[in-house]
Every structure is written in C-alpha cells, then in structure tokens.
Design a protein around this ligand. Structure first.
Ligand SMILES: *Cc1c(COP(=O)(O)O)cnc(C)c1O
Length: 457
C-alpha cells in the first residue's frame, strides 16, 4: 500500500497516518484521498485548487452551504462569550436551555424534554439507555429488546451499530443480543411477483406483528425508524407503511422513535419526516442538519409522555446517570439555534420546498435510462439505482462496482455524490437553485453514459 504518493505530498501524508473510516481502501489507494481546504456555497475546494459541486451536502448536513456567514458569526460570537461548558451537576449553558426550548417548540410535541449529545449515534445510544432505564425502574426489566429494520442506519456506537441493519456489522460480532431487524419496506426491491404496493405494506405490517408476538410484546422496549431510510439508499417507505405499523406498535405499547437525523429540518420537504409521513412519534432523534453541519451536535427530543416517564424514572433513582462531557456545549447550541433560525426564517426550508419539484422531475427522468432501475426520492433527497437488467431488476455483478464507477465518473466531472449499494445518492444543500440542479443532473448523465460505454453496453 501507498507506494504511488510522495511521502511529503498531502496524499502520501494522509495515506500514512489517517485511519480512514467508511472508505474503500483500494479505491483510495488508486485515486488518492481528496484533501479539502474550504468551500464556497455548494462547492468544496482541495489542496490542489480543484473544486467539486457537492451533491451530498457534505454528509447530508451542510444544508446552508460551506460559507454561511450567519452560522460562522454565531459560532465566533459564542466562542468569545462562553467557549465551552458541560451540563452535569445542575449546571448548564444558557444556550443549551434556549435550544432545548426551541427544539420542543418546533417539534411535533406539545411539551417535551431534550437531551444533548455530540452525534446521531450517541443520541440513539442515549435513547436506548433511556428505554432500558425506564424498564428497570418501572419494574419491567425484561422489556429490553429493540426493533429496527433491515437496511436501517442508526450510527456506529456499539448500540447504534446493533440497530443499524447492515451486513458489515458482523465484522464486529454485532448486533448485540436483543437487537431485532424487521423488514425493509422497499416495494420496488422487495415486492413479490404480482404483489400490489398495498399488499406489500400489509405484509410488512403483518410480519412486524408476528415478530412482536413471537418475541413477546412484554420484552420489547422500542421501535426505531427513519421516516425515509437514508444511508440504506434513500428508501421512502411503501405507501401507507407508517399508518399500517403505528396501530400495531400502539396495540403492544411499544414506543415509536423517529430517527430524524437525516430527515429532520427539511430534507423531506417538511420540517420533520414525521410530518411528511404523519408518523406521530413518541420521541425524535436529531443531529446532522441540527447545526447545518457547522458543529457536532445531536439531540434526543422526548415527547410529552416519554418525558414524563423518563423524568419520573430519574427522580426515583435521583438522577439519570448518563451524559457526555460536551453534552449541551454552548457553542454547538448557539450554532444550532442559528441553524434552526435560518432554516425556518431565512428561506432555506422554503427554498428546499421550492426546488424539490424540479429536483424530483429531473431525477424521475432517469427512469428512462437503460441502466437505471429505480429513481426514487422525496423533498431534496434521491437515489438512482442501477440494474443490469431492467425487467428483472437484476443487479450488476458486485465485482463490477458499478455505483463506485458512477461516483468516480462524477468526481472526474466535478461532482461529489456517493455510491450506496447499487445506487448513487443525491442530497444537495437547500441553497440549490435551478442552475445548480441542472449542473448536477447533467454531470450525472455524462457519468452514466461514460460508465455504460465502459461496460460495453
Ligand atoms: C448519520 C446518521 C446517524 C448517525 O449520526 P452520527 O452523527 O454519524 O453518529 C444516525 N441515524 C441516522 C438516520 C443517520 O443518518
């Protein structure tokens, strides 16, 4: 490894000392790591002065672009005022109080409570610990199992990895015991021959109920779902999915937790994915766009009932023995307040809603392309899934790495978009206009045609 890059080059230095995560190492060796220095609007620049339009908003989160002065100023001002504090022992920053109030105010809940973390994984991990603690303190210690779904992405801590429904977690000997994975409600991929979408949804719900009954409803602590699966490949639920499973969860008294780390703050076209799909969650997990990606911050937002139960459980043992050193960090919270303000009051959400129909129209046009099996999405998130045979939806041989080739061809054309399974993912920042949307899709067309030619098709 690492013979082709001079030891004193950025590439050579990165390859020698950085332990890269979620990175295909042979591809990085071949193409070199991309070392970025800054961004302007929706574009990022590297150490060699090359630039790319980032169709992925960084990692879903840089929705205001890479140089929003309002967010930068909020960060600098708060840094000057109070650059760091914790939220233990009854002490906390004023901005943590303000952001908690703001989050409850903009949430679907009437009242609620907020717990801050540094990331989405930690927020999911925290929520699971809350559920487990409630079970212990309320005298139902057997109520510990967590249900998520195949293809779900909930993060990378040991608990969040166990919730994530991806095969790579077996390399860690995960999931932990008691983490169950229900069906993935992706009709195009998992619908049976002759099955209608309504029948498929009914089957998803029946299978979930069967899982609950087989495991024992009294052993299940919670059900977590992303409104639209993000890192699973941008998979909107099948028609009526949440309406079908919600009564089942209620019937067995299983809390429904919406992992809104990607969907929250506008991605699906409404403030919350829970609104887009009328999910009525008991709690919400937030991160990513919460600070427009400018600071690390995650949050558990407990709805009325969960907040009361959690508060009562904590009072019974006199504390919630949990917290991160940087939970409720004053600068992260100040940036979060500003991000919510610009999303809701400075036109970002409106722009996301305004550009979405054109984004979806151009996305859907790819279904006519001979290589594209499904063009799916909602709001300002989408995926193009390639197939080797359209009628049978037969995927390409994995060894061809077709989605990686596509993403690399995009990179060569000045566009960042990531491969995911046999799809490429698009989730541009909310500052996108028609011209940038056209630039993005035109570059994808070029890449698709290049790859198609390269495959001899
Ligand atoms: C990214 C993501 C997480 C994990 O967040 P991190 O900040 O990377 O730990 C959890 N849930 C969903 C839905 C995500 O997309």
């Amino acid at each position: 490894m690492n013979t082709q890059y001079a030891p004193n080059s950025w590439e050579g230095r990165a390859m020698k000392t950085v332990m890269a995560g979620f990175t295909d190492l042979p591809t990085m060796q071949e193409r070199g790591p991309i070392i970025l220095t800054h961004g302007e609007g929706a574009r990022v620049f590297d150490v060699h002065g090359r630039s790319w339009l980032d169709a992925n908003s960084g990692l879903w989160n840089m929705v205001a672009g890479f140089d929003h002065t309002g967010l930068q100023d909020a960060m600098v001002e708060q840094t000057r005022k109070f650059p760091g504090y914790h939220a233990f022992f009854g002490r906390m920053a004023d901005t943590a109080v303000e952001l908690s109030e703001k989050l409850v105010e903009v949430s679907p809940f009437e009242t609620g409570r907020v717990f801050f973390t540094n990331s989405g994984s930690e927020a999911n991990d925290t929520m699971v610990k809350m559920l487990w603690m409630m079970s212990e303190v309320e005298g139902t210690p057997q109520r510990r199992k967590i249900i998520t779904r195949i293809n779900a992405y909930h993060g990378v801590t040991a608990v969040a990895s166990s919730m994530t429904g991806k095969p790579y977690n077996s390399w860690f000997g995960l999931p932990l015991d008691g983490f169950l994975h229900a069906d993935c409600p992706h009709f195009w991929r998992f619908g049976l021959e002759g099955e209608t979408e309504a029948e498929f949804t009914a089957r998803m719900a029946a299978n979930l109920e069967e899982m609950i009954v087989t495991e024992g409803p009294e052993t299940i602590a919670g059900f977590f779902a992303e409104p639209v699966m993000g890192a699973g490949g941008v998979i909107p639920p099948s028609e009526g999915y949440f309406q079908a499973i919600r009564p089942i969860l209620r019937k067995y008294n299983i809390p429904m937790i919406a992992d809104e780390v990607i969907c929250g703050f506008g991605r699906t076209g409404q403030l919350w994915g829970s609104q887009t799909y009328d999910i009525q969650p008991d709690a919400i997990i937030s991160s990513k766009c919460l600070t427009g990606g400018y600071m690390p911050l995650g949050a558990v937002i407990l709805g009325d009932e969960m907040a009361e139960r959690m508060q009562a459980a904590s009072e019974k043992i006199e504390e919630f023995p949990h917290g991160f050193t940087a939970s409720g960090h004053p600068v992260a919270c100040a940036v979060g307040l500003k991000a919510i303000d610009i999303i809701m009051n400075e036109g970002l959400l409106e722009n996301c809603q305004a550009i979405s129909p054109y984004f979806m129209q151009r996305l859907k046009e790819f279904e006519a392309h001979p290589m594209v099996g499904e063009a799916r999405g909602i709001g300002l998130m989408g995926a193009l899934e390639v197939v080797s045979d359209k009628p049978t939806k037969e995927p390409f041989d994995g060894s061809l790495s077709v989605s990686e080739r596509l993403a690399n061809a995009c990179l060569d054309n000045g566009l960042i978009c990531r491969p995911l399974g046999q799809a490429i993912v698009l989730c541009p920042p909310y500052i996108f206009d028609k011209a940038l949307t056209d630039e993005m899709f035109d570059k994808i067309t070029l890449a698709l045609n290049d790859v198609q030619a390269g495959l001899g098709r």
